[in-house]
Design a protein around this ligand. Structure first.
Ligand SMILES: [Zn+2]
Length: 284
C-alpha cells in the first residue's frame, strides 16, 4: 500500500554528474508521482510492517516542516499528495489489517517518508539500525533529512539493532544480518548508501519468489538493473550495496528488488508472490 504520492527531482531518482547540493538548489523539474510504499507481512509469529510512509500532517499542518536552511532543503526536495483516505491506518484497515495487531515495524531509514506512521503502532517494536539511529542524533542531521521532532515520539518502542554475523552463507557478504523470527523467512540486511544506516528486508516464503524490500537503495528496478544509483547518499556505499544485492540475486535467482518509490513495485511484488517456481533456490 502507498501513503499518497511523492514527486522528486529527476537527479534524486537517478544520480547524474551533479552533486546533491547543486541539483537540490537549482533543479526546476519534478518527476511524475511516485508511490510511498509500505509493506505488511503476516507471519505466524507476528505481523510485520516495512516502512510506515509519509505522515498526512506534512500536507495539512503548516508547522510540520522546520524553518531556516532545513526548511529550504525539505521544500526543494519533494512534493507530497496525500488524500484523507491515504493515511496508513485507513489503508491498513481497508485491507483488513488492525494496526494494533502489528508486532514489528522495520524502518529502512529515518527519512520523513518512511517514518510517517511510527506512532500508529503502539504495540510494535520499531526496528532501526544503530548507524541510522546515531545519524539522526548528530548535529546537522536536519539538513540531512532527519526531523527529530517526528522521530523521537513518545510511545514508540525502538529496537536499535547491531547486526550479528550470520550463519547463512547466502548472506555472508552483507557483514551481518538480523533474522527476525529465526526461520530465515524475514531477514534484515544492512544496505548502506542512501543513508549510512539504511537497511533492507529479505522476504523468503514458500511459493513466492524471494523479495528484497529495498527502501531507497534504488528508486526503480530498471535503474537498479542498469546499475544507476540514486542521487542522494554516499555514492561509494550505494555502489557497494548495489553490487552486494546484485551478487545476492545471482545466488537467489528471481530475487525481486522492491523499492519504496518504484511505480512498478506493486506489479513486481504481485508477480513475485504468484511465481511458484521462483523460490526453490531461495528457501532458507
Ligand atoms: Zn524515501
Amino acid at each position: 500500500m502507498s501513503t499518497g504520492a511523492v514527486r522528486i527531482r529527476p537527479d534524486h531518482a537517478r544520480a547524474t554528474w551533479k552533486p546533491t547540493f547543486l541539483w537540490l538548489l537549482t533543479s526546476q523539474r519534478w518527476t511524475g508521482p511516485k508511490p510511498i510504499n509500505v509493506y505488511v507481512i503476516e507471519h505466524e509469529r507476528g505481523v510485520v510492517v516495512f516502512d510506515t510512509g509519509q505522515d498526512r500532517a506534512s500536507v495539512t499542518d503548516p508547522d510540520y516542516f522546520p524553518t531556516g536552511l532545513a526548511g529550504v532543503v525539505f521544500d526543494r526536495l519533494a512534493r507530497f499528495e496525500i488524500a484523507e483516505d491515504e493515511t496508513l491506518p485507513v489503508l491498513m484497515q481497508a485491507e483488513g489489517f488492525d494496526p494494533a495487531a502489528v508486532t514489528h515495524v522495520v524502518i529502512s531509514h529515518l527519512h520523513q517518508d518512511h517514518i510517517g506512521g511510527i506512532a500508529d503502532f503502539p504495540e510494535a517494536e520499531v526496528i532501526v539500525s544503530r548507524d541510522e539511529w546515531d545519524a539522526h542524533r548528530k548535529a546537522g542531521a536536519e539538513v540531512q533529512g532527519y526531523m527529530r521532532d517526528h522521530i523521537d515520539l513518545p510511545g514508540v518502542s525502538w529496537r536499535i539493532v547491531d547486526f550479528e554475523p550470520t550463519a547463512d552463507p547466502l548472506l555472508a557478504d552483507f557483514g551481518g544480518a538480523l533474522d527476525l523470527f529465526g526461520d530465515g523467512s524475514l531477514v534484515v540486511l544492512p544496505t548502506a548508501g542512501h543513508t549510512s544506516g539504511s537497511i533492507s528486508l529479505l522476504v523468503r516464503r514458500p511459493g513466492w519468489a524471494p523479495i528484497l524490500l529495498a527502501g531507497d537503495l534504488t528508486f526503480d528496478a530498471h535503474h537498479f538493473d542498469e546499475e544507476h544509483i540514486p542521487g542522494i547518499g554516499s555514492r561509494r556505499q550505494l555502489r557497494a550495496s548495489t553490487k552486494r544485492v546484485r551478487a545476492l540475486r545471482a545466488r537467489l535467482p528471481g530475487l525481486v528488488v522492491a523499492a519504496a518509490h518504484d511505480p512498478g513495485a506493486a506489479e513486481l511484488f504481485t508477480a513475485a508472490i504468484s511465481d511458484p517456481g521462483g523460490l526453490e533456490k531461495g528457501r532458507p
